[in-house]
Each structure stands twice: as C-alpha cells, then as structure tokens.
Ligand binder design. Sequence first.
Ligand SMILES: [Zn+2]
Ligand SMILES: [Zn+2]
Length: 243
Amino acid sequence: MIFNTPFAQAVINFLLPPQCALCREITKQPYTLCGDCWPKLKFITSPKCSVCCVPLDNVDHDMPCADCLKFPPVFSKAYAPLIYNDSVKKLVLRYKNYDGLHLGPMFFGWMQRCIPEDINIIVPVPLHWWRFFTRQYNQATELGKLIAKHTNISINSSLLKRVKATASQGHKSKLLRYENLKDAFVVTDTKNILQKINVLLIDDVLTSGATANACAQALLNAGAAKVDVLTIARAVKDNNGTP
Ligand SMILES: [Zn+2]
Ligand SMILES: [Zn+2]
C-alpha cells in the first residue's frame, strides 16, 4: 500500500508526528514512550512466580509463590511483560475506555517475547454483551488479533462467552472473587475445536487471577489440554494492586 512506503511514512510523521503514549510529547518513533516516560515502565524479570508471574524476592530462581502453592490456579502458567503500576494503568485505561486502539502495536511489542511456543489457539477473555455494547470493542480480542496476525496462531473469540455480568472485583477478597466468577463463563464448542489443544487466554491485566481461572476452568471442562494466560501487565500488591 502507498502509505507503507518510507517516503509516505516520512510525510505522515511530518504532518502527524508520533506522540508518547503516556504524556503525548513528540517522539521519533510511533507506538512508543518518550525518554522521560520509559523509566516509568517496570518489566518483569526473574525471579518470578513460575505460575502467576508475580515478581519474587529473596529467591534465586523462578518458583511457585506462596499464593499459588496455597490456591493453585487451574491455568498452567501466566505470562506478562510488565508490572501493573500507575503508568501502565493509564495506558490500559486509554486502550479500553477511549479511542486508544492505536496503542495495540505498542502492547504487542512488549507481549511478543512472552508468547509460549506450544499454543494451538488464542482465546480472548470475553466482555459481557452489555459492556461490549457500551464500549464497542473488547480490548482482549484486539490484543488477541494482533498476536494471531504476527504468529499465525488462530484466534477464536466466540468459543468463550461471559454469561454473568460481574460487579467490580476491586475490593473483594480472593475467595469472594473466585466465588463471584464461578459459572460466569461458558464455552460453546459445537465443532469440538478445543479437544486436547493448548489455549492461550488473553486479557489486559492479571490481578487476582480469578477471571483467568474461571475462563480456564470453562475451557478445560470443554476439553482443552492446557490453558496459559498472557496479559499486558501483572498486578502486584505494592503497585496499585491486588489483595
Ligand atoms: Zn512521555
Ligand atoms: Zn504465583
């Protein structure tokens, strides 16, 4: 396409210079942050929980965290490039509540190094139809489509449905969150697509893991062999986070 030529891109950059996704300062490259905002991102490195991806202190290698040992989730492993802090929260809110779809490639750039190798199908965490109606798009599906496009893994956003609209989970305890989401998701798999295959569940943020767990349970009940989870960010207790 003509807009993809270097010359056309230079003209577009001149007329509409790329902006920092956080502070809107002019940047050289599109889909990135300015030099002042970059250090506000905290990338997750080892040692981290080998199940839920939460960073760990005082150990020298990845292992299950105390929470995952106590309440093992039904998903196999969660992946996320970033810690969910105020800056990431701002970016994610823009992506899901306003017209921030253009931020997708930036998120994909960070998520792509976390994609496990043995995945057969991508399934986004669905929105309840009412939320979808008011928001017009599902940010998890948009992320899933980008990953599918760049990896050639197929995506199916109609297998998993949210049948229960759940109130904000923010102040609930972990057990209450799990209880609240029980039976919130159902799988309709008339063609038996899920039988014995590995699923990558996509969402924007992993907080308590209750949503991912409820989705994974529905997918496993429908025959999936394994469910891994990939999000943009992982909430951590001290960073704006989870109980
Ligand atoms: Zn900036
Ligand atoms: Zn864990």
